[in-house]
Design a protein around this ligand. Sequence first.
Ligand SMILES: *[C@@H]1O[C@H](CO)[C@@H](O)[C@H](O)[C@H]1NC(C)=O
Ligand SMILES: *[C@@H]1O[C@H](CO)[C@@H](O)[C@H](O)[C@H]1NC(C)=O
Length: 739
Amino acid sequence: MEITEHTPLFETKKSRGRLIYRSFATSLFLCICFVWIYRISHIKDAKGEHGKWVWLGMFCAELWFGFYWVLTQAFRWNLVFRQPFTNRLSQRYEKKLPGVDIFVCTADPDIEPPKMVINTVLSVMAYDYPTENLNVYLSDDAGSQITFYALLEASNFAKHWIPFSRKFKVEPRSPAAYFKSIVSSGYSADSDQVKELTAIKKLYNEMERRIEDATKFGEVPKEARLKHKGFSQWDSYSSRRDHDTILEILLHKKDPENSKDVDGFLLPTLVYLAREKRPQYFHNFKAGAMNSLLRVSSNISDGKIILNVDCDMYSNNSQSVRDALCFFMDEEKGHKIAYVQFPQIFENVTKNDLYGSGLISISEVEFPGADGCGGPLYIGSGCFHRRESLCGLKFSDQYRNDWNIKEDYQFKKVSLKELEEESKALASCTYEENTLWGKEMGLRYGCPVEDVITGLSIQCQGWKSVYYNPLRKAFLGLAPTTLPQTLVQHKRWSEGDLQILISKYSPAWYGFGRITLALQMGYSIYCLWAPSSFATLYYSIIPSLYLLKGIPLFPKISSPWFIPFAYIIVGEATYSLLEFFFCGGTFQGWWNELRIWLYKRTSSYLFACIDTILKLFGFSDLTFVITTKVTEEEASKRHEKEIMEFGTSSPMLTVLATLALLNLFCFLSVLKNAVLREGGFGICETMVLQLLLCGFLVLINLPIYQALFLRKDNGRLPGSVAIKSVLLALFVVTFFSFA
Ligand SMILES: *[C@@H]1O[C@H](CO)[C@@H](O)[C@H](O)[C@H]1NC(C)=O
Ligand SMILES: *[C@@H]1O[C@H](CO)[C@@H](O)[C@H](O)[C@H]1NC(C)=O
C-alpha cells in the first residue's frame, strides 16, 4: 500500500464474537432478575427464629452481586484493540520527533535495591529513539546517597551499554535481564559480538559488585565521593525526611565532553532529583514526587511527551516510545489523546499464578473494554502522557498538536550550573503553596491511588486515552510473591479506590456528564472492590451455618426456581474459565485466581472498609506499607513450586483461616449426619446448592488446611493463627448449633 500523508498512524479493531457475548450476558441478566424475584416472593418460606432476617440478608447479598455484575459488563461490552504503525511514523516524522521525558520513581533503597533501579534506568535510556530528544529523570524520595552513587555508575556504564545495544540490536535493554536471557537461551552469535559481549558483561559485573558492596555497607566508596562534586550536596542532609533539594544533571548536551558514549554519540540527558523534604511539610508521596519532576523537567528538557515508570518496571521493548507516539502523532485523532497506557506485566508470576497477581483478565479484557468506552484508567506505571494535559490543560475542539519546541526555551543560554540552581528551586517544599499543583495541575493529591484519580480528572476534561497491549510486552515488573504481600497490596488498592468514590473526584458525581456512563460504571468496578467484601462474607458464612442446622436457603432441585440459580452458576463458571483461557491462563491458574478472588474479598477488602470507616471518624491516619519486592531463598524455592506462602501472623490470615475451618466443620458434620442417619442423603435434594457452596469453599481452601496442620516449613501458617482460628471457628459452630 502506498503511504500518503493521510494514512493513519494507528488502527482500532473491534473484538469478534461480540454478538455471542452480548446474548449470553443478556440471558444471565434475566436469570439474575429471576433470583431477585424468587427472594422477594419466597420470603414467607424462610424458616427458623430469625429466618426472615437471614432471608433478607441473602436478598441483599444477591442484589449486590447482581448489581456489581452489571457494572462489570461495562468493560466487557465493547472491546477494542489498537495497532500502531511505526514504519509510517518514521517515514513521516523521523526528523521531527518530539522530546520525551522519562520519569523513574523510587522511594526506598531497602525495598527497591539500587541495582534494580539502575537497570530500569538503563533500559529506558537505551530506547531506540534520537538521544538528543530523550531525557531520563530519576526521582529518589529517600534521597539516598547509594542510589545516587548507583546512578552515577550507571551513567558511566551507559557509555558502553548504549552503543553496544544499538550495534547488536539487543533486547531487552535492561542489562540484568539481557544477560539473564542469553544465559537461559543458549546464546549463539558471531565471534565479534561474543568478544564485545564478554567485555561488556565484565564491566557490568564489576559495576554490580561495587553497587552491591555500597548497598551492603551502606556507604559510598571514598574515591567515588572525592571524584564527584555531587556528593557534597549531602553535607547538609540530616534524614530522608529532612533535607535540601538534591539535584544533579549527570549527562547533558551542555556538557558534551562527559555526555558522549564511546562511539562519540550524544547520550540521553540524565538527571538525579531528590526533592526538598521537611518534617513540617506534607510530601504527598509519589504524586508529590511526580509533580516536582514535572516542573524540574520543564526547565531542563521540556519534553512534550512524558513516560512514567516505576523503578521495578524495566522496558522490555526498545520500540515502545515509537509505538506510543503513533497514537499521539496521528493527524486525525492524535490530538484528542491525553495518555497511552500500557499493561503492567509481572515477571515473577509462576505458571499457574498462585496469587492471581498477573491480573490478566484486567489487562486482557477489562482495559480493552475501557478503551472501547472512552479510554483506560491511568495506573501509575508504563504510561505515556501528553505534558499539557497532565499539567491541567482542558481539551477543546480547537486544540491541535504542536511538537515544536518553545522558542524562548530553545535559545535559553544558561550554563549547566545555572540550570541546576534554577531547577532546584522548582522542587522546594514551599513552591506549591497557593498554586494549583495537586489540585488542577499535575497529579492530584489526597488519595493513595493518585494515578487513577489523575487519569479520571484528565478524562473529565474532555481528553481521550488509549490502551495499547502489544504481543511482546513493553514493561516488566515484579509481583508480590507471598500471600500476605498480595493481601496488603490489595488492601491498599481497594482502600484507595474506595476513597476515590467518596472523594470529590468520584466517578459517580464528578464524572457525571463529563465521561460516558459506561466509563463511570467501569471506574466503579474498582471503586467498589472494598464494599463487595460484605456480600461475599455473608455468602461464605451464613449458608454453611444454615446447612449445619438443616435449614434451606435456596430452592430445592425439583423446583423451577432452581433453574436460574443453576444457569448463573454454570454459565458464569464456564464463561470465566473461557475468558481466562482467552487471556492465556491455565485451568489451575483459573482455580487459583478464584481462590484469590475469595481471599481478597474476605480479608483485604474487609480491612480496607474498616479502615476507611475508621478514617471517616478521624481515627487512624494514611499509613503506607510498601510491598516488599525481594524474597529470601527458601521462600523463593517454594514460590517456584507454587506452594502458598503464609509465613507471618496477621489478622487477615486469621480471618481467612477461621472462615476455612468454619466451612470445614460444617461440611464434615453434615457429611457425618448424612452417613449415620437414615435418609440423611435427603439433603442432596433439599439443600443441594448450600451443600455445593460449602463443599466448594472447603475445596478451594485446601492450601489453608495444609498450611495449618500438615506443613512444617517456614511458609506455613504460624501456630498462633492456628490456635486462634480453630477456637474461633469451633465457638461459632457450637454456639450456632445450640442457639
Ligand atoms: C520480552 O522481550 C523478549 C525479547 O527481548 C521476548 O522474547 C519476551 O517474550 C518478552 N516478554 C514478554 C512477557 O512479552
Ligand atoms: C522472581 O522469581 C524468580 C523465580 O521465579 C526468582 O528466582 C527470583 O528471586 C524472584 N525475584 C524476586 C525479586 O522475588
